[in-house]
Design a binder for this molecule. Structure first.
Ligand code: TYD
Length: 219
């Protein structure tokens, strides 16, 4: 049941938060989960690579700076984690009526393995569809920050992919821009303001069922 105040806005049940490393997307994923919960929704907040026992093991491997990983192997590990995530977590949660918010999903593969590594986008899309069985988020929010901001927030301790350097992350950011412009279900969100302001900008465009207890209001 949509919130009458935002009637007409799409009611997203499956949302993905995206952005370059250091964009602040994980903070926004958490705030968004809190917002849906305050509106009485049952929320599953999850992440990729990860979200399942298999996915978390694969995450540890694929982000380990001590492990060499070819670009196509990297893609396949991300997709294996996604396949398990979709089958074991996301589809069951959606079927149970939960709102699902995932910190990264298919767009990360296109931005990082496509624009970042240079693998063909069409090959990634085809392989990703095998992993997801065609499941796509209702809405993908890309938290957009300039490279300098991302590098500042990342600091010195970096995993294997974060450690690829500025030129790589610049291609990832450009990739997110290009991808957002080609798909109406992807929204670019200015990630430069304070976290609370970004959160307000995100929720202003969202429809959500009425709060379970209206007296609680929004967080
Ligand atoms: P992230 O969860 O953002 O890391 P952190 O814990 O440091 O916030 O993401 C892990 C890394 O995995 C990130 O550098 C992006 C990368 N990644 C891909 O390259 N392709 C993918 O398909 C996914 C899901 C993640």
């Amino acid at each position: 049941m949509p919130n009458p105040s935002t009637a007409g806005a799409p009611t997203a049940r499956f949302l993905a938060l995206e952005g370059v490393d250091g964009s602040g997307k994980s903070t926004q994923a958490q705030l968004l989960a809190d917002w849906y919960r305050a509106h009485g929704m049952d929320v599953m907040l999850t992440r990729e690579p990860g979200g399942t026992a298999l996915g978390e093991r694969l995450r540890a491997i694929v982000l380990d700076p001590a492990i060499t990983c070819a670009d196509r192997a990297e893609l396949m590990l991300m997709l294996a984690a996604r396949a398990q995530h979709v089958a074991a977590c996301i589809r069951p949660a959606l079927a149970a009526g939960q709102v699902v918010i995932t910190d990264r999903f298919s767009l990360s593969s296109l931005a990082y393995q496509g624009y970042g590594r240079g693998l063909p986008l069409e090959e990634i899309r085809a392989a990703d569809a095998v992993a997801t069985g065609g499941l796509r988020p209702d809405l993908t929010l890309v938290i957009d920050v300039p490279l300098e901001t991302a590098l500042e927030r990342l600091g010195a301790a970096r995993d294997r992919i974060e450690g690829e350097g500025a030129a790589f992350l610049r291609r990832v950011i450009a990739g997110y821009h290009a991808l957002a412009h080609s798909d109406a279900t992807i929204r670019l969100v200015d990630g430069r303001p304070a976290a609370a302001a970004i959160h307000r900008a995100i929720t202003a465009g969202l429809s959500c069922p009425a709060p379970a207890n209206p007296a609680e209001g929004e967080p």
